[in-house]
Design a protein around this ligand. Structure first.
Ligand code: CU
Length: 144
């Protein structure tokens, strides 16, 4: 007979990596946004658990989460208290969750062609993933 606490610990050890591998992300988007859905597919393909929320008022979430003026895109998301605005690659979200910077989150302003969910053949426009700091200022987090 093993004490139940060992079973509990074993269960935790077995399950915990699965939690880490599948972060839950809330995505706010308009019901008719096609590229938002494609970005959601990209997140799912990269192991995220996505809770999609259709709304006609994505803007209020941008205010709530602190998207700096002029840095908006088509959808706004929230993961572990961080803001994720626009077509941010899943890889950079994972890096954010791992590094846990003191910041509001990540933005890819507008909708660059070639970013995840914005594929158009072989065309890839250059774009930056920006880290939004607590004070609303931004710095380059990754270049594509
Ligand atoms: Cu889009």
């Amino acid at each position: 007979m093993k004490p139940p606490i060992l079973h509990t610990l074993l269960l935790f050890v077995l399950i915990q990596p699965a939690w880490a591998a599948s972060p839950v992300i809330d995505v706010y988007k308009s019901p008719t946004c096609g590229c938002c859905n494609k970005w959601i597919d990209h997140l799912k393909a990269n192991g995220f658990t996505v809770r999609a929320h259709d709304t006609d008022d994505v803007v209020s979430h941008k205010y709530r989460l602190g998207v700096p003026p002029g840095h908006g895109s088509c959808h706004t998301a929230e993961v572990n208290g961080y803001l994720v605005e626009g077509h941010v690659p899943a890889k950079e979200i994972r890096r954010l969750l791992k590094e846990k910077p003191r910041a509001r989150g990540l933005v890819v302003p507008a909708m660059p062609i070639g970013s995840p969910g914005m594929e158009q053949g072989n065309r890839k426009d250059a774009y930056d993933v920006l880290l939004v700091k607590r004070d609303g200022g931004t710095q380059t987090y990754a270049r594509y």
